[in-house]
Design a protein around this ligand. Structure first.
Ligand SMILES: C[S@@+](CC[C@H](N)C(=O)[O-])C[C@H]1O[C@@H](n2cnc3c(N)ncnc32)[C@H](O)[C@@H]1O
Length: 217
């Protein structure tokens, strides 16, 4: 039997509170203060970025940064920033640097996205690959589109790409973007190649994979 975790949930359809939750976060500006350490990390990243030119690609929740390195190698003219809050995951990256057009940054994106908006960052592309699904119905507020960070994710702009192994997650993400007037496209896809650890794990297990693309700005 496979030891790869499939989505286990009692939620079999889009959440009935989805629209209300998204609208609630749109109507109420998020007051959570920005952590000092994230502000310092942002300033250091901004300084690194200011010495480089090229389109900016964000790889939020990048885990060990495999996708960040893949993006860097395949977009040599662009600058890539991989963000993850887990030092442990970021440190799993033991590969030698093949290019110098990327940086892996330990930061909570809840704060980092808002700082990037304030600093007028304009990413060309924003990847969110295999975010934690929080599959229990009670966890809707933890999913990115159900969280108070969703308006910032939308405002940050760029061409958003989300990947997941949970069809309901991608359906809910798409509905949330429709609520804010965007036009997402959802497809089932086969990775060629796999560019993240989670994508490889699910793909090798024969699970269906879903992708959402949406122009935010
Ligand atoms: C399921 S893993 C996916 C990692 C990688 N994208 C992949 O596909 O292999 C989700 C990642 O999101 C990160 N994460 C969750 N919440 C975060 C936050 N608020 N800020 C930054 N990273 C976060 C976790 O640390 C974890 O590495």
């Amino acid at each position: 039997m496979s030891d790869v975790r499939r989505i286990i949930t009692t939620q079999q359809a889009p959440h009935e509170q989805l629209e209300k939750t998204v609208l609630n976060h749109l109507d109420n500006a998020w007051q959570k203060p920005i952590a000092d350490h994230t502000l310092r990390t942002f300033e250091a990243t901004q300084s690194w970025l200011s010495k480089r030119s090229g389109d900016l690609i964000l790889d939020s929740c990048c885990g060990d940064g495999e996708s960040t390195r893949w993006l860097a190698k395949n977009n040599p003219e662009a600058v890539i920033i991989g963000l993850d809050k887990s030092e442990t995951r970021l440190n799993r990256n033991s590969e030698a640097d093949l290019t110098d057009n990327y940086r892996l940054v330990r930061a909570d994106v809840n704060d980092f996205w808002r700082l990037a908006i304030n600093a007028a960052w304009q990413p060309k592309k924003h990847c969110l690959l295999f975010p934690n699904p929080y599959p229990k119905p009670s966890q809707l507020n933890n999913r990115w589109y159900g969280s108070p960070a969703f308006p910032a994710l939308v405002d940050l702009g760029g061409n958003l790409e989300v990947r997941t192994n949970w069809d309901i997650y991608i359906t809910e993400f798409a509905r949330s973007l429709l609520i804010v007037g965007k036009h997402p496209i959802v497809t089932r896809y086969y990775p060629e190649p796999c560019i993240t650890a989670f994508e490889r794990k699910y793909h090798n297990d024969g699970q269906e994979l879903w992708r959402l693309n949406c122009r935010l700005s």
